[in-house]
Design a protein. Structure first.
Length: 248
């Protein structure tokens, strides 16, 4: 199956990648779960996604983000809102230096573990993914933080090696290069050239950010498995159904 490239959603891809190998001896199944940035799609890309036979779209953005940029309608796919706080726009607007930008990203990724509302959202998302038939799409605004964490959890459940999970997470930096450049150009125009380096820190995927969430999960729940079961409330049956979808 050739990768589907969307002109209007550059961070769209299959969660399974090319079919990542797992410790179970089988590859993650392609065409089951997809991930993306926001779905402000042109007509051609709408048709391309409809052609995938999507049954559900899971939007991880806040209500304010959804209202500002509603998803394109994808016939045949039920739309589900799972409100998870990402990078607060009002905090981004006030960033003055690299240290502040990196501290913000640390808070965002720790929040995926420490905030009850985020745990509730990710738990709901994973249960819906496990219980819904057919291909499904997960997305947020940039498709890198909330969606990146969700995809990392799915690959972990599937049994993908940590190094491959990280490589997949970092793939955002390559795929979303064009959209990132547009945002940085806007920042430079509005705030001057010194703003580019600062704002780039909130627009990239970084190993340190993902490690922050892992470390927070270990500190609070003993392991990532503890985060999934105790933190997100997934039981053995939930994880078994999710693994069955991922591995076939």
């Amino acid at each position: 199956m050739r990768p589907l490239l969307l002109a209007s959603a550059d961070n769209f891809r299959d969660v399974a990648g090319p079919g990542y190998p797992t410790r179970h001896g089988v590859a993650v199944r392609r065409g089951v779960f997809f991930r993306s940035n926001e779905l402000m799609l042109d007509d051609e890309d709408v048709l391309a996604l409809v052609g995938l036979g999507l049954t559900a779209v899971h939007d991880l953005r806040t209500a304010e983000e959804v209202a500002a940029h509603p998803d394109a309608v994808l016939p045949g796919a039920a739309w589900h809102h799972v409100d998870v706080l990402g990078i607060p726009p009002e905090e981004v607007a006030g960033l003055e230096d690299l240290a502040e930008a990196e501290a913000l990203m640390t808070r965002v990724y720790r929040g995926f573990v420490e905030h009850e509302s985020s745990r509730s959202g990710f738990g709901l998302l994973l249960r819906r993914l496990a219980d819904t038939e057919g291909p499904q799409l997960i997305h947020c605004t940039a498709g890198k933080d909330r969606t990146g964490w969700a995809a990392a959890l799915l690959l972990h459940v599937a049994g993908v090696d940590d190094d491959l999970v990280l490589a997949d997470y970092l793939l955002t930096n390559e795929l979303a290069r064009a959209s990132r450049a547009r945002y940085l150009t806007m920042a430079e125009t509005a705030l001057g050239p010194d703003a580019v380096e600062v704002y780039e820190r909130v627009l990239v995927a970084d190993e340190r950010y993902l490690r922050t969430a892992y470390d927070a999960a270990t500190a609070a729940y003993g392991s990532l498995e503890g985060y999934l079961t105790v933190g997100l409330g997934l039981d053995d049956e939930d994880l078994a159904r999710l693994r069955a979808r991922l591995l076939g």
